[in-house]
Write a protein that binds this ligand. Structure first.
Ligand code: PEP
Ligand code: MN
Length: 445
């Protein structure tokens, strides 16, 4: 096969691309994007890759979380901060309760494009082109506003840039300092049982920090306590956008997709001969691959070979998403095959996408208990085989939404529409996310 180039995916079939009305305009936008500065840098990507290599060896746990689809509408520093808060809280719970180090990756600063199962969706009896994310068009239920607009690629870049700027400032500028662990508890969380439990852990951490200081350890010098490494990720769906931000690193002579630290291939675009797999095969970023219920052991083995021919640790993360029952049945043969082939992969669990259903009011939702059950099945299968259940992939928000059912402060079906704010899939709210972290910490310990 000829040498890979950032644009040679164009010779393959690219599934799930919008029907752009004006391809010349799209090309102009892509050209413009190619001249923009990178959002992330190769050295950071390599740093994440080495952390993921540790997780691949069973020495760390990946927490990948954020919106199903980030929105252009509610973009603000507060919104970014609240999402970061809940992820930091989950990481504290997981690390403190299990002693395992947690790699924090946001579905953030670029998660704007959505694959869809059907080309149209119905709204109040009207058929509309399906919503494909704010990088493509508006979510408003108006056929004219659903026409794909290439200029939104530029807006997505700018919004990603702004988000990453806020993230960098929050994670290195004092906000994420472990001595501020108490302040990550939001008001509506603090009064709940999950919030109280979190406060108790935060108090113990503060006590431990005070103890260390009293022993003469200068904590101000401990960068790992003062700052947090936080990485960005999104689905590499719109290949023109991704290719325009892919650059050759002059030092290593490797190509990197500098739109985010990690990118993944979705369940609907993982065709081994397709454009998405071709694109991902040539970039040096860590790659995620969604593994749904229809994946066969042979197919997965081939995909691993194509996506990670050198068998590099940290390069490939397999994100299973099947629903609890199916996972229990289907995962063992996949794990056994990958073990037999000696492939180095990080196994993680997306307990969201195999557990979605429509409520009686017609809202897409998920049950908290099903989410927990899929993670439990994932842990059980890996523990039986002797492989490392290396992480979770979660759709969540820092807000007090009512999109997923259940949790200890239960959200009932009749309440779903009170704070149903997602523009795509239902997300766990901050309380449900913390609740989940406690349960996963117990499985990890
Ligand atoms: C997603 O992660 O939002 C998604 C669409 O997942 P999948 O490709 O696994 O369906
Ligand atoms: Mn989703």
């Amino acid at each position: 096969m000829s040498a890979w180039t950032p644009w040679d995916w164009k010779e393959r079939k690219a599934a799930q691309q919008p029907e752009w009305p004006d391809l010349n305009q799209l090309e102009l936008v892509e050209k413009e994007l190619s001249s923009y500065s990178p959002l992330v840098f190769p050295a950071e990507i390599e740093d994440l890759k080495s952390s993921l290599a540790q997780a691949t060896r069973g020495q760390a746990f990946l927490l990948q979380a954020g919106d199903c689809a980030e929105s252009f509408n509610d973009h603000s520093a507060k919104n970014v901060r609240d999402r970061l808060k809940v992820i930091l809280q989950m990481a504290v719970v997981l690390t403190y309760s299990s002693g395992v180090s947690v790699i924090k990756v946001g579905r953030m600063a670029g998660q704007y494009a959505k694959p869809r199962s059907a080309p149209t969706e119905s709204y109040l009896g009207m058929q509309l082109p399906s919503f494909r994310g704010h990088i493509v068009h508006s979510d408003e239920p108006d056929p004219l506003k659903r026409i794909p607009d290439p200029r939104r690629l530029i807006m997505a870049y700018q919004q990603s840039l702004s988000t990453i700027n806020i993230l960098r400032s929050l994670t290195t500028g004092g906000f994420a300092d472990l001595s501020r662990v108490h302040t990550w508890n939001q008001e509506f969380v603090a009064s709940s049982s999950e919030g109280e439990r979190y406060d108790a852990i935060a108090t113990e951490i503060t006590r431990a920090l005070n103890f260390m200081e009293a022993c003469g350890i200068n904590l101000d010098k401990e960068v790992s306590l003062k700052q947090v490494k936080f990485w960005t990720s999104h689905e590499a769906l719109l290949l023109g956008y991704e290719a325009a931000l892919t650059r050759l690193d002059p030092k290593s002579k490797q190509y990197y997709d500098l739109s985010g630290h990690m990118v993944w291939i979705g369940e609907r675009t993982r065709d081994i001969d397709g454009a998405h797999v071709r694109f991902a095969s040539g970039i040096s970023n860590p790659i995620g691959l969604k593994v749904g219920p229809k994946m066969t052991a042979e197919e997965l083995d081939e995909l691993c070979k194509v996506l990670n021919p050198e068998n590099t640790e940290g390069r490939l993360t397999l994100i299973t998403r099947m629903g609890a029952e199916t996972l229990r049945k289907r995962l063992p043969e996949l794990v056994e095959q990958i073990q037999r082939s000696g492939r180095k992969v990080l196994w993680t669990c997306d307990p969201m996408h195999g557990n979605t259903f429509t409520s009686t009011q017609g809202l897409k939702t998920r049950r908290f208990d099903d989410v927990v059950a899929e993670i439990r099945a994932f842990f059980d299968v890996h523990r039986e085989i002797g492989t490392w259940p290396g992480g979770i992939h979660i759709e969540l928000t820092g807000d007090d939404v009512t999109e997923c059912l259940g949790g200890s402060l239960e959200v009932f079906e009749s309440e779903l529409d009170t704070q149903y704010n997602t523009i795509c899939d239902p997300r766990l709210n901050a309380r449900q996310s913390l609740d989940l972290a406690y349960q996963v910490a117990e499985m990890l310990f």
